[in-house]
Design a protein around this ligand. Sequence first.
Ligand code: FMN
Length: 314
Amino acid sequence: MSTLPIHFAPLQGYTEASYRNAHAAIFGGVDTYHTPFVRIDRGDFRYKDVRDIDPVNNNVPQLIPQLIAPNAELAERMIHLFIEKGYTAANINLGCPFPMLTKRHNGSGILPYPEEVKELLRVIEKFPQIRFSAKMRLGFSEASECLALAPLLNDTSLSEITLHPRLGVQQYKGDVDLKAFSAFYNACNLPIIYNGDLHTVEDIQRITERFPKLSGIMIGRGLLTNPALACEYKEGQILTSDQLKEKLQLLHNGVFAHYESQLQGGEKQLVVKMKAFWEYLAPQIDRKAWKAIHKSTTLNKYNIAIQAALTLGK
Ligand SMILES: Cc1cc2nc3c(=O)[nH]c(=O)nc-3n(C[C@H](O)[C@H](O)[C@H](O)COP(=O)(O)O)c2cc1C
């Protein structure tokens, strides 16, 4: 059966370079990885964003850096950074729901203002050497917002639009609205990628059957919960629990080795950082072991807990 390209969604705090690199090496199945957004904070780039997109720190088949900005002027500064780092593609965030950002018309906060979206998207024409895509929600407070934007978006040379069918005000609550997704899918002439709440191969197949014109699938939390999901979809074969645990051990080791060499805040900081690695993995491991990981405060306790979590045959 033919499959669609799989995009690993950007997840700030989870899919940083070390995770992406280890995921690509150990699980694969993902065609394109996306970086969490780069933003300008009090007039400057955040060091961690610049380090995260630097090609010397990245080793995946295809990586697209993402920017978030309320206007073309700030976006341009980030595009110059991407060009300096050798990128030829960029993703524009029109979906972030965090109130700190949306109140300044960043992310989904810009969606109710077509004139501002138009001004921001002027960067597309300004940098013809860059292949721009956008990642958006249905709207900030109304699903009609994306429909009002469709003619304007159709007039751009965006290569693709990823749509997550929730509103900004919902953040991650409530169900995805597939009826509203369908309305935008019909109104938009650009290639569309579906994103939202896909956790199993059947979930992916249900969406690709319902929306046959999709150009790709983007998965975030579903891949954090089952890092094998993309390769299971591509290869049509589900890993056994032991096969998954063996690969999780390798994924863990790759991420752990990176943070061990990077973090200078001692073992406490290392343990805190590694807890994020396990956050979405609860369904794959023993409940008691998962709790022990989250309670651990020393490296010793952490290591004991993860060995229990990854014991085969359980
Ligand atoms: C903790 C967290 C961080 C996120 N960071 C970003 C981000 O930096 N850029 C972005 O476009 N979306 C971000 N998202 C949204 C995801 O990329 C994705 O659109 C959303 O989780 C829905 O897809 P999913 O159900 O497959 O996870 C984030 C989501 C979460 C939960």
